[in-house]
Ligand binder design. Structure first.
Ligand code: NAG
Ligand code: NAG
Length: 194
């Protein structure tokens, strides 16, 4: 290896010079459109892993529902809920009790995305308002088969303390009332962020 490097040192340095010339050229060429920079210049230090635990209240039937059906499939056989779209502004609390300490809201939509089972497309944000997370958001985009014991949904990004976040949320139904459709869901969120 050393012998090879020695014999070809001239060729290698020549190639390196050419390469650096091209990368300099590329930097100059595109300087107004893109540049590379160190994470610390954006105040990004070490990536860490956080675990958040809270309860999600999906209130469909109440004087002030937090989940509202805003659209549905235009079909004569209205027996299947497939195609329904629900907008949510669901409270998040530390305990299963709705009157326990609030930690944020889950705001967005879920849609009945399966013709054969209760499988939802979830697209919503967690807007946190607790302690150092106050004002920071996380975005969830995933599939939720509501009658499975554990559902896993990707965390696709975030803002504030959750800038550049990625992770996953585990959802477990705590209580579900089939008469009203109201549910309390336990959430465990595992997220990498800076
Ligand atoms: C969260 O921040 C808002 C606005 O900065 C503030 O009004 C509110 O009191 C804060 N809430 C908590 C629980 O710290
Ligand atoms: C979180 O989302 C709100 C909108 O709900 C936005 O105004 C706010 O800037 C976001 N927080 C951060 C830290 O970007």
């Amino acid at each position: 290896m050393a012998k090879f490097l020695l014999q070809h040192s001239f060729t290698i340095s020549f190639l390196l010079i050419i390469l650096s010339f091209f990368s300099t050229f590329a930097t100059i060429e595109f300087k107004h459109f893109s540049r590379s920079l160190s994470p610390s210049s954006l105040g990004l230090k070490r990536e860490k892993l956080s675990h958040l635990h809270f309860y999600f209240h999906d209130i469909v039937t109440a004087k002030n529902p937090t989940a509202m059906r805003v659209a549905q499939a235009d079909t004569t056989s209205a027996s299947s809920p497939f195609g329904a779209l629900v907008m949510i502004d669901d409270p998040l609390t530390v305990d299963p009790d709705i009157n326990s300490k609030p930690v944020g809201k889950a705001q967005g939509i879920y849609a009945l995305a399966s013709q054969s089972d209760a499988s939802l497309l979830m697209a919503y944000n967690f807007a946190f308002m607790e302690g150092k997370y106050n004002g920071s958001n996380l975005s969830v985009l995933g599939r939720n088969t509501v009658f499975s014991p554990v559902r896993e949904m990707p965390i696709v990004g975030g803002s504030g303390v959750f800038r550049l976040a990625r992770g996953y949320a585990e959802a477990r139904t705590h209580t579900f009332d089939p008469k009203t459709g109201n549910a309390v869901v336990e959430y465990d969120v595992y997220v990498f962020h800076y």
